[in-house]
Design a protein around this ligand. Structure first.
Ligand code: PMT
Length: 402
């Protein structure tokens, strides 16, 4: 996985800089070409010569120390790198990266690189828990940077807690797994539906449901991060996408979602239907705002098309995954939907469970495939659940047991 990869290792100024020496050595043993950039503070902990000897490459510490007059070093290294690892990453370098500050060689190179960037923080436990650091990390994560969480234990500052640089072996394993995962769906087209639909009564009133779109958007992001070309058909939602490999198509009604899903269905390899589509819509939509009158107002409702059933009936080579939102006997009802709608797998969402279902940031689901293999996913963020669902789909498509 790392053989012949160009790895830029950024070392910032923390006591854990000594562990970056072992990391350099292990990366080169795995066949990677390693170039090290150190911040000035890092050089107070470890000598550049150590990294030079371990990487067998010159070490960069100063933006203006141009070793080759034909090249501008920070741009050259930024372009050269396939992967950048910042280990240890101090609160300072994280803050600079999150705010576009480029005032020395490492931060300047990181601003210029297009490589996948992995950040392994190491700092005092209270610094790691500080809102400024948390906000900076969240910002970087939303821009596609990957964090390798620090471990917990005895810290050099005397505290015991979270903040210890992850071990070099674990950093390498995490990066290798992530790199493998990012190619999991390369060349595959994934169609995802997300969010609610709105069924209009008149120009100001509609029927809808509590879906926020978070689950479906997380699926779309997970698939795109794993290399897929994603089309996301989204009902009205506040959610935003950050991956360029996602084409977003906004719809409002179940009828519009039906049209959009069928349009992209034939070219898709995988379809995941996380949307909460209205089963009924008003039989009549009034052109003008309805005036209130004395007494009750009865609205006659008619069925919408069952999009998932249509996709199941017309299935050719697609791997079709439905969701089931249930409040009682979730497994029984979910498995019935799996069969009836000719699905390859279903994600059963007991929306009555604590922390699960509509609107929140977390979910609890059960993934069942058509071989009746069942996988329970405990309470976790919708992003984590989405990653696992995509992993299960990949395993099922390869015929691997879960
Ligand atoms: O969006 P969030 O706030 O993050 O919430 C996530 C969620 C709860 C909406 C999601 O996890 C979920 O459970 N989605 C399915 C909701 C639903 O409508 O379930 P259902 O059991 O009614 O429908 C079963 C399946 O048929 C679903 O894949 C649905 O997209 C599909 N369907 C339903 C009706 C219809 N007319 N056409 C459909 O395709």
């Amino acid at each position: 996985m790392l053989q012949n990869k160009n790895v830029l290792l950024g070392v910032s100024g923390g006591i854990a800089a000594y562990k970056a020496c072992a990391l350099t050595s292990k990366l080169t043993q795995q066949g990677a070409n390693v170039k090290v950039i150190m911040t000035e503070s890092a050089t107070k902990f470890v000598s550049p010569l150590t990294f030079q000897a371990l990487s067998r490459n010159p070490v960069y510490t100063d933006t203006f120390d141009e070793k080759n007059p034909k090249k501008i070093a920070h741009i050259d290294i930024a372009d050269w790198a396939d992967i950048a690892i910042i280990a240890p990453a101090t609160a300072n370098i994280i803050g600079k990266m999150a705010n576009g500050i480029a005032d020395e060689m490492l931060s300047t190179t990181l601003l210029a690189t297009q490589a996948s960037v992995y950040i392994a923080p190491a700092m005092n436990v209270h610094m790691y828990a500080h809102q400024a650091v948390i906000a900076n990390m969240k910002k970087l994560e939303s821009w596609g940077y990957h964090f390798i969480e620090p471990g917990a234990g005895y810290l050099a500052c005397g505290y015991v807690g979270k903040g210890r640089l992850e071990e070099p072996e674990t950093i390498i394993e995490t990066i290798k797994n992530h790199q493998a995962g990012s190619a999991l769906f390369s060349g595959k087209k994934v169609l995802v539906s997300a969010g609610p639909t709105r069924e209009n009564i008149d120009p100001v009133r509609f029927f809808s449901n509590r879906s926020s779109g978070k689950m479906g958007f997380a699926i779309a992001e997970a698939a795109a991060n794993m290399g897929a070309e994603v089309t996301l058909v989204a009902g009205p939602s506040q959610e935003e996408i950050s991956n360029n490999n996602i084409k977003r198509i906004d719809i409002t009604t179940a009828a519009e979602m039906y049209e959009a899903m069928l349009k992209y269905y034939n070219g898709s390899d995988i379809v995941v239907k996380a949307a909460a589509v209205a089963d009924y819509r008003p039989k009549e939509t009034y052109a003008g705002k309805m005036k209130k009158q004395a007494g009750d107002w009865n609205i006659q409702m008619e069925r919408t098309n069952d999009i998932l059933q249509t996709l199941g009936d017309r299935k050719e080579n697609q791997f079709l995954v439905g969701f089931a939102a249930e409040t009682s006997n979730p497994l029984d009802y979910g498995k019935k939907k799996l069969k009836k709608k000719n699905l390859d797998a279903i994600v059963i969402n007991n929306v009555a469970a604590e922390g699960a279902g509509f609107s929140g940031d977390t979910n609890v689901v059960t993934y069942v495939n058509k071989q009746d293999e069942t996988k329970n996913l405990e309470l976790a963020s919708k992003q984590d659940i989405a990653n696992k669902i995509m992993q299960f789909i990949s395993n099922d498509m390869k015929g691997e047991t879960m």
